[in-house]
Design a protein around this ligand. Structure first.
Ligand code: ARG
Length: 706
């Protein structure tokens, strides 16, 4: 009894495992028995003939996988989209399938040559909704999906396959009568799983386990209530029975060796024409990469980002510079199953410095803040790199660049004339956003510059590169830093030091004092502790109760710490204590007497605190940010807390030198992405002593020259 369903099959006379193009074929070359294959195929043919009309296409010598008729093409009504096989091993099947379709009155659509699509193996109609589920990730290209929507006039939902054992959609996904869906969720990425759950009600989803999945239970032929498959567990058989389906098992183990089973061996040629709108949500954009693409590894990272983000890419052009110092250019077409996936990918690409072609770019999308201190959900999160946004048809540079902020846009600020001449874009922390102001959302119309323009070639730090230097390289690095400090000072630039109490413990205070006195430090950032330890040392000769000269703890020494705090509290501030003659030496003393501003940010473990310590962290952050503005170099000395805090508010283009005995701190800072950060893993006291020596040498050189 048949219901008018027609199925196309191809006899296995030339079937064998001749090559490996999927994981099932590995180790199986020439391991299948032709005889058993014929027998199994005949049995399937026989079973199917009870439920449908089976037509045959003639097998061809030399094309062993032609037996998998599902890959001939995708049929809907009178239209066929012919397959374009990814692997050359199967491309020769195309003309034979094409001839069959044409001889049987189908309108055959052929895809552009370099656009793989493997027919009904990767595209399955939902049996209730009338839309087409289409797979990509291994064989078919995402960019083929819009063609399916267009030619077959159907809504296409793209699903990304992520497990190479399930390389075709029909190996792990099987729509059934009445809108049921039997599938194996781990074969899909998270986004695809979400999409499936949105479209198919929970009671219609039949999730199978791995054992059934690797027995190709999803690779089933469904006609009416009958489901024909290689093998089903008792449990699956029961689940299907509870929903009114009858499983008919027919062993297809010989074909499993090539990675196929019941469904692969068949193609339905009577898919009923459904009424569902022609749509595809697939989005494409062309990005433009420029720079030292190979050296920097940026191409690899960009392509990885696209694929792991759920998209696909096509490299349209790649122009390698001729000389080593030339930069290269690449144009890459990015496709994503829908706008939200595209936005995520674009956001990440922007962080990498991948730039959309200006002519392609549409203006940034702005959304109004409705609650103070809360951004719209989809707000663009800023990076350390200089950024521009397209508002109207003008690009505006974002002011106050820092990472982890939002971009707030004020249009027509007071005093501006025309509509385009007037917009100000500024990085703002979430907490500073005000209801009513507009914030950039999504990723359209945003452009970041990877390399800060302020970095002059001659200033290049590149021989150290970004990264971490070990002990052996410390002296070399110190030479570079000394040279840089010297030049920044001489041209009136700005150097910031963040320092932790370890600087004092390790005997670095002498050297830091020298740096301050000699004009190399233009602001000091730290916490309560560095100031307390420094003051204790200068008043009592101990640091946290340790005698700094002899390196042993002093009887009752721990009280020194609190006495130091108490004294400063009596005077109301460090500066007052200096003015009153109560504090006469040390790092803090040098700051006060040399007019070097300092900022002390409090924390939960602070003793006291000193009256100067800002216990309101929002104020402390603002104070740090104010002092950092315009910095050329930041020297971070053994303080994880304050260095990372400072790193977060510093734009690219500011050199950062992070010195810490703990490599984790140093790595953490260079991970934030700045190519201008240098890590030195060493004892900070030693580092400062070498630095001061080196600066003295440079001065000597200058003196002898001048
Ligand atoms: N060896 C074939 C290939 O790797 C198997 C095709 C299975 N077909 C299918 N519709 N899943 O292409």
């Amino acid at each position: 009894m048949t219901d008018g369903t027609k199925i196309l099959m191809c006899p296995p006379h030339h079937y064998d495992v001749d090559y490996v193009i999927n994981p099932w074929m590995e180790g199986n070359i020439h391991r299948s028995s032709r005889e058993r294959a014929e027998e199994q195929w005949n049995k399937l043919h026989h079973v199917l003939k009870n439920h449908a009309t089976v037509e045959l296409v003639a097998p061809q010598p030399g094309w062993p996988d032609m037996v998998f008729a599902a890959n001939a093409g995708l049929v809907l009504g009178q239209n066929v989209v012919l397959s374009r096989f990814l692997h050359p091993e199967r491309q020769g099947e195309e003309p034979f399938f094409q001839a069959w379709f044409e001889a049987h009155g189908f309108t055959v659509h052929t895809l552009p040559e370099s656009l793989p699509f493997e027919g009904a193996g990767d595209a399955l109609l939902d049996r209730a909704g009338g839309w087409l589920w289409a797979g990509y990730g291994f064989r078919s290209e995402l960019d083929s999906h819009p063609y399916l929507a267009e030619w077959l006039d159907v809504e296409v939902l793209s699903l990304r396959l992520v497990d190479s054992r399930f390389y075709h959609l029909d190996t792990c996904f099987c729509p059934l009568t009445d809108g049921y869906l039997m599938y194996y969720p781990p074969a899909f990425d998270a986004y695809s799983n979400r999409l499936i759950e949105l479209r198919v009600a929970e009671e219609k989803r039949i999730v199978i386990d791995e054992v059934d999945a690797i027995n190709f239970a999803c690779n089933a032929v469904n006609v009416g209530q009958v489901v024909v498959m290689n093998k089903a567990s008792d449990q699956l058989r029961q689940v299907l029975a509870d929903r009114g389906f009858v499983v008919e098992e027919t062993p297809l183990t010989e074909f499993l060796k090539a990675g196929g089973a019941a469904k692969c061996l068949t193609l339905k040629t009577t898919e009923p024409r459904q009424v569902s709108p022609k749509t595809s949500t697939i989005q494409s954009r062309v990005i433009h990469l420029e720079g030292h693409l190979l050296d920097s590894g940026i191409v690899n990272r960009a392509l990885d980002t696209i694929v792991t983000g759920g998209g696909s890419f096509q490299v349209l052009s790649f122009d390698l510079g001729k000389q080593r110092q030339d930069s290269s250019m690449a144009e890459v077409k990015v496709s994503a199953p829908d706008a939200s996936v595209m936005d995520d990918i674009m956001g990440q690409l922007i962080d990498l410095g991948a730039v959309s072609l200006p002519r392609e770019v549409t203006a940034a999308t702005l959304e109004t803040v409705i609650q103070d201190g809360v951004a719209p959900d989809d707000f663009y999160v800023t990076t350390i790199y200089p950024t521009e946004v397209l508002i109207g048809d003008h690009w505006f540079k974002v002011q106050g660049q820092r990472m982890d902020g939002a971009i707030a846009v004020t249009r027509n600020p007071a005093g501006s004339a025309g509509p385009e001449s007037g917009a100000v874009a500024r990085c703002k922390l979430l907490r500073d956003l005000k209801a009513g102001e507009e914030v950039v959302v999504g990723s359209q119309g945003i452009h970041t510059l990877r390399k800060a323009p302020s970095l002059k070639k001659t200033d290049d730090f590149s021989f150290m590169g970004a990264g971490v230097s070990s002990e052996r390289r410390v002296e070399l690095v110190v030479e570079q830093i000394a040279w840089d400090l010297r030049r920044i000072r001489d041209r009136g630039g700005k150097v910031i030091v963040t320092a932790g109490p370890v600087v004092i413990h390790t005997g670095g205070s002498e050297h830091l004092k020298t740096l301050i006195r000699d004009g190399y430090v233009h602001a000091l950032l730290g916490g309560n502790a560095i100031a307390v330890h420094d003051i204790e040392q200068s008043m009592m000769g101990t640091s946290l109760g340790m005698d700094m000269k002899r390196g042993v703890s002093v009887q009752g020494g721990h009280r020194h710490h609190l006495k130091a705090i108490n004294t400063i509290r009596r005077y109301g501030s460090i500066a007052n204590a200096v003015a009153a003659g109560a504090l006469t030496s040390g790092v803090m003393y040098e700051c006060v007497t040399n007019n070097v501003p300092f900022s002390l940010a409090g924390s939960i473990r602070d003793d006291g605190p000193l009256p100067d310590t800002k216990m309101n962290l929002i104020e402390a952050q603002a104070d740090y940010a104010r002092l950092i503005e315009g910095a050329d170099l930041i020297l971070m000395l053994s303080t994880m807390l304050h260095s990372i805090g400072v790193g977060n508010m510093t734009p690219a283009g500011v050199k950062m030198v992070c010195v810490d005995i703990n490599p984790a701190v140093v790595t953490k800072l260079s991970d934030r992405g700045s190519v201008e950060s240098t890590g030195v893993v060493t004892d900070v006291g030693l580092f400062l002593s070498l630095l001061v020596q080196q600066l003295a040498k440079l001065t000597g050189q200058y003196a002898s020259v001048g």
